[in-house]
Design a binder for this molecule. Structure first.
Ligand code: HEC
Length: 120
């Protein structure tokens, strides 16, 4: 009695694993990158997260916008494409004299995109 059920479960499990294994293939194949904008594909997200923390981006934004400061990130506003987002991070970091490398600017922008803007 329990056998068909268990077989079904095993098949479902195998299917799920197969699906997960297949997922990265089309992404690397045709560069559709699971919705990641072209300019952020190579970004080091770990580095970006670290830089956002180090440079206290959220603290200042919180002072102006309250909450956790993320209200400042408005995908519907002026910043409405991935390149504009990267440009804004560049501008802020120049303004703040952060002396970031281009890869660091990209990494920060990629993290903001993943967490707030979600541009494709
Ligand atoms: C000294 C305060 C301050 C610090 C520090 C700061 N920001 Fe900002 N940031 C602002 C203010 C103020 C605005 C809003 C400008 C406006 O909309 O007129 C802003 C806006 C932005 C925007 C645009 C939001 C949008 O969608 O319009 C981005 C992106 C951004 N900041 C990224 C960063 C990042 C990344 C850091 C850390 C490296 C950072 N900021 C650090 C004050 C700061």
């Amino acid at each position: 009695m329990a056998t068909p059920l268990r077989t079904g479960l095993l098949l479902a499990l195998a299917g799920a694993i197969g699906l997960v294994a297949l997922l990265p293939l089309p992404a690397s194949g045709q560069g559709s990158g699971a919705g990641t904008p072209e300019i952020f594909r190579e970004a080091d997200l770990g580095l970006g997260e670290q830089l956002v923390r180090e440079h206290r981006c959220a603290e200042c934004h919180t002072r102006k916008f309250g909450g956790d400061g993320s209200g400042i990130y408005r995908p519907q506003g002026r910043i409405n494409t991935a390149p504009l987002l990267r440009g804004m991070v560049q501008l802020c970091s120049t303004e703040l004299n952060l002396s970031l490398f281009p890869e660091e600017v990209t990494a920060i922008a990629a993290v903001l995109n993943r967490d707030h803007y979600r541009f494709k």
